[in-house]
Design a protein around this ligand. Structure first.
Ligand code: SF4
Length: 280
């Protein structure tokens, strides 16, 4: 299995070697949370997701809140066949959807694994957005909802935070491909069962980067459905050491409104938790 699944393009044989992500040819699951309610309401739904947190990450942002998982390769290992069997043991009726969280480093293995999965609820691909358009096209066969982050526009910002100078070059094209594969949002009641939800976390000192990303979305994505988040919290590893100021978030929200990007969610700045408010 020569791996060029993601923009790191390690071009190594994962039977015997590891690339940037650190994984060989097994799917590694770090944690499973049932009835997970911490996503946007159209994802969590009434029952919460079956949230599968995969080990590692192909980005490893230095502000990552999940760094104990994303910087580690520890977890339960599965072959593609075993992972499909593992997933089929859950009673899908108990959940709103199945969320595959930070799974880019296992893309090919999951495409193989879930090709014949007996799916009864939507599968949501919750990713950092650092992906290749070719891989997204293949993933669209097994995924119902793409929920990528669009994190950085500036090459210096993505280099400093995630050692991925070419982040936007790839993430922008990956998101365009996601829109081509899932042309519009499909709802069942309040639940999103198909489509694309683009997330963006505003980074302190970088409102101007957010504005460039919003301009890109407005120009390139038809009927965008977006979630603008303000929950940045520095960790001991982050190079940015403060939370965002209300004014920084306000500038970004005003720009979204000016562009007509009003389908989606924002967060309540004053709220201690991470609640999402529908529309602007
Ligand atoms: S998935 Fe891992 S091995 Fe494959 S290209 Fe990306 S970082 Fe490299």
């Amino acid at each position: 299995m020569i791996c060029n699944d993601c923009p790191r393009e390690c071009n190594i044989d994962r039977k015997t070697q590891v690339g940037f992500c650190g994984f060989k040819d097994k799917i590694v699951v770090a944690k499973v949370i049932e009835n997970f309610m911490w996503e946007e309401p159209c994802i969590s739904g009434a029952k919460g997701s079956l949230a599968i947190f995969f080990a590692g990450c192909n980005l490893k942002c230095n502000f990552c809140q999940n760094y104990k998982i994303s910087f580690s390769t520890n977890g339960n290992e599965f072959t593609p066949k075993q992972f499909c069997e593992f997933l089929e043991k859950f009673n899908q009726e108990k959940y709103s959807c199945i969320e595959l969280i930070s799974a880019t480093q296992f893309s090919s293995l999951l495409i193989e694994s879930l090709a014949h999965f007996n799916k009864k609820i939507p599968i949501v691909w919750n990713s950092g957005g650092y992906e290749k358009a070719q891989t997204i096209e293949l993933l669209s066969e097994i995924v119902d909802v793409f929920m990528p982050d669009l994190k950085f526009y500036s090459t210096s910002l993505s280099k400093t935070i995630a050692k991925a100078e070419n982040y936007f070059e790839f993430a922008g094209q990956a998101i365009i491909k996601m829109r081509q594969c899932k042309e519009k949002e499909v709802f069942q009641g309040e639940q999103l069962i198909g489509g694309l939800l683009i997330r963006h976390l505003v980074i302190p000192q970088n409102s101007s980067d957010s504005i460039k990303l919003l301009d890109f979305i407005a120009k390139n994505i038809t009927s965008p459905f977006i979630s603008l988040m303000c929950q940045f919290t520095p960790t001991e590893n982050s190079v940015i050491k403060r939370k965002i100021y209300p004014l920084e978030y306000k500038i970004v929200l005003s720009h979204a409104q000016k562009l007509g990007l009003t389908r989606g969610y924002i967060q309540d700045f004053s709220s201690a938790d991470e609640s999402f408010i529908p529309s602007f």
